[in-house]
Design a protein around this ligand. Sequence first.
Ligand code: FE
Length: 368
Amino acid sequence: MLQRFSLFLSRTPTWFAPLNVAAAAFRSLSSARAVAFIALALALCSGVQAQTQSINLYTTREPGLMKPLLEAFTAKTGIKVATVFLKDGLLERVKAEGVSSPADVLMAVDIGNLLDLSESKLFQAINSEALNAAIPAPLRSSDGTWFAFSLRDRVLYADKSLKLESFRYEDLASPAYKGKVCIRSGQHPYNNALIASIIAHRGIAQTEQWLRGVKANLARKAAGGDRDVARDILGGICDLGLANAYYAGQMKTAAAGTDARKWGDAIQVIRPTFAQTGGTFVNISGAGVAAHAPNKVGAIAFLEYLISPSAQNLYARVNFEYPVRQGVALDPTVESFGLLKADLTPLTEIAKHRKEASLLVDRLGFDR
Ligand code: FE
């Protein structure tokens, strides 16, 4: 509610300023010129209003997640959102549009993508008390260019018959799991970030040893998607693998009788930890205000909405992600995975090892 009021208050002077100027000028004009002047003033006003009443969002996120968030934002603030949904190529597109880009907000998943946008100077720095207060420092840039709005933990999917009680990421390389592991490509951003975080913890030599061990345990080529880990556990191809937690939430709550539900029902989800830190690896989804945003005020209002308790609850309910804001209710299925104790190594530190992680995957032929 507070956010709503501050939003309208800050917009009021913008709306009324042209009207005041018009009234003063009108008193000193002849009638013919006055008509022309009124037309001009109205055009100016509607221009200002149109600008403050809508924002342009560019995102690589799924329309299914965004729709409820966008509808709730518009219902709350009156600001309409025109959304460009991109599969990929967000950075290239905004870069190509340059200073005339209509984008107000850029939204993406994965720390790597957010840093790429930031390093390409496609975000502008903002200072928002609401964002700074609700988002812990390791989950936003120190310069106010990007902010995390959800956490995406990379967890273990295991055959229920294994009855595992805990798991460490290191265990995935254990000879006990030879021929039993399924995982997607080592080059996929989700695995790239995880491997980068192991490099940050243990250095390149020990990470190489670990990744060799995981490769030796693969039941099949490292390929496909995260859901395929559950599918292949049900199919008896493998016993365990790493995947993002929200896919398990989606599958376990899918309609009874669907393939997705059968895959979800076949797996047990465990939040693995790093032996050294005792934390679980989390990546983020996030957003920032575009460098040349035509409607910066509206863009900030949108980001402030995303961190509100109700929007954070939608992240949890609609996409089974973990809210960034403290004290927001989780989806019950996600809650059943146990407490998330996130590894606190700053994501910007981890992201420095992205390139090394990618080279390592190539060198070991992990995906071959
Ligand atoms: Fe995903």
